[in-house]
Design a protein. Structure first.
Length: 318
């Protein structure tokens, strides 16, 4: 008689993965694919359930739950992570990256490694490479934003993110930090004049219903870091951890391609839904910003080491 096969009652590790985006967003589409492959490759030993659309709380709430271990994983934008790990915000430096090549040079290279090391100092792990949140654009309804002067006194919602708040303050807008969950209603009721986000988010959250214009400012890039609770991470054996990291990194390639392609097609799609696009001269915004102390201030805050890693990928900023 052969050995009886071992029947596992359930997964050895049963974890939760939270995201803030709508289920149809590229993050969740590609994350779900990665988690399915992980379950398959570990023969069900590691099962991770996906909770999209802030189901487990706002991103700032979930971050504290990941730190205390009640949730094991989170996909969190660098801009919000910066309130807790300041250097994470360096990725959002306004008009730092001319294009995606420069972004990935920095974030898959020295700057990404430097950031990850500092994330791990505060008790969470960053497994795998950063996901794409695209370049951010400004939407509005009452006012067309064509030049920096159009932002004068403009009440713009920003995430609770120091880099974005200081950029808009520097060029004369009136930045209003709020959690994303409140944005749609605040735009609808006129509490704020506009907001800024990547096109994929503007599309999946239907902001075109409450906004008329989209100015293609591309003022800042943002990405999402996969984060893990340190204890949960170290409980998993090395072989399972490496399967998880490699599958996340396999999906990140698909996600980045998807976001970049969608950004191109979304312009047509959103225009058909009534959003009027405004092409702006980026150099006007860059000049307006360069005449303020924005870059010097942040260089001092982040330190020469981090700043030189940024400039290595995108050229001199100060």
């Amino acid at each position: 008689m052969g050995m009886p096969s071992i029947v596992r009652a359930g997964p050895e590790f049963d974890f939760k993965f939270a995201t803030g985006q709508d289920p149809s967003h590229p993050n969740n589409v590609h994350l779900r694919a990665a988690l399915d492959r992980v379950r398959e490759r570990t023969n069900g030993r590691l099962s991770i359930r996906l909770f999209p659309a802030n189901q487990l709380g706002t991103e700032t709430d979930v971050l504290s739950q990941v730190r205390n271990g009640s949730i094991e994983f989170l996909l969190l934008s660098a801009s919000i992570l910066a309130t807790f790990v300041p250097v994470a915000g360096i990725a959002n430096t306004a008009y730092a990256f001319p294009d995606y090549d420069a972004v990935w040079r920095a974030m898959d290279g020295g700057l990404g490694q430097h950031t990850r090391a500092l994330i791990e100092k505060v008790g969470v792990i960053a497994p795998g490479r950063i996901w794409d949140n695209g370049f951010r654009q400004i939407t509005s309804s009452g006012r067309e934003v064509r030049a920096p002067k159009d932002l004068s006194g403009f009440k713009i919602r920003v995430p609770p993110a120091p880099m974005l708040t200081s950029f808009f303050a520097a060029i004369g807008a009136s930045p209003t930090p709020m959690n994303f969950a409140e944005v749609y209603t605040s735009l609808q009721t006129g509490v704020i004049d506009g907001q800024e986000n990547a096109l994929s988010l503007i599309a999946t959250t239907r902001l075109y219903e409450v906004q008329k214009f989209c100015s293609l400012t591309g003022h800042s890039w943002d990405g999402y870091w996969p984060l893990a609770n340190r204890k949960a991470w170290s409980r998993m054996p090395e072989d399972i951890r490496s399967v998880l990291t490699s599958e996340l990194d396999r999906s990140v390639v698909d996600q980045r391609k998807d976001v970049a392609e969608r950004d191109r097609s979304l312009r047509t799609e959103l225009a058909n839904k009534g959003l009027a696009f405004i092409d702006i001269e980026k150099s006007d915004f860059q000049r307006a910003l360069a005449s303020t102390s924005y870059y010097q201030t942040w260089k001092q805050k982040y330190g020469d080491n981090a700043w030189s890693l940024l400039e290595e990928a995108c050229g001199k900023l100060t």
